[in-house]
Design a protein around this ligand. Sequence first.
Ligand code: NAD
Length: 263
Amino acid sequence: SWLDGHSAVVTGAGSGLGRAIVERFVDEGARVVAFDKSQQKLEELKDKLGDAVEIVAGDVRSSSDNERACALAVTSFGKLDTFVGNAGLWDFNRSLPDTPVEQLESGFDELFGVNVKGYLLGVKAALSALRESRGSVVLTLSNAAFFPAGGGPLYVASKHAGVGLVKQLAYELAPDVRVNAVAPGGMDTDLRGPAALGLSDTAIGEAIPINDLMAQGSALRFAPQPADYVGAYLLLAAKSQSATVTGSVFDISSFGILPRYAG
Ligand code: NAD
């Protein structure tokens, strides 16, 4: 298997795409530290996958929580080959005109704290172990890293910022560590928004008919589930399959939901 003997950390591993990445990586022979803010989701994952998974409950905005997750991979599995930054918040398409200015300030800090600072702190915490293994980083971006209408300005800017992180970090960490990203499109997950915008109590699928929108409005006219997006992560994590790849963003979003359907 492509990931035999592989060691990974995955953030936002408790549900949705992160969970699907963990399950597939384990299936392909890896052992994984699953890092999420939800202890309950992590325990369910551990119950299902057993010894192949270690869990860390924490906040990706905390450098010490990121350090704990990466250190656990090294102490439990002897090394760290891949850091997957994936935990994210969405802004439920909240537009600039519709956002009161106080919410714009606090919502920006919360959303960028998770989607951008969380990735930076994660890579920082993983760096020495990744240099040692000559491993790699894979970040989750979005159709919103390239196109409008996959969110409001906070989310779209945060995912565009992720493209900048990939390019700059690939440049800084070469030749030791490859840095790439995957840009999935819409899927029905537990994706939530910043509490500062009053968006922490609803998941994406409860707010918009995401499966219907993808089936009607994505270029390939189907509603992918998280597992449908995982192959690109596998390819990028497996050095045998992607040794020449760094600084790349794999757009696997089929344009997300085309703007004319986004509503
Ligand atoms: P999800 O909510 O099911 O999974 C994200 C996980 O991150 C959750 O388990 C949550 O508890 C965790 N998390 C949130 N904030 C955290 C924090 N501060 N610290 C630690 N963990 C935290 O949602 P998902 O859709 O699987 O999201 C995963 C990634 O996919 C995100 O980066 C998101 O932007 C991206 N994405 C999602 C969609 C979509 O339509 N669902 C589309 C494109 C990109």
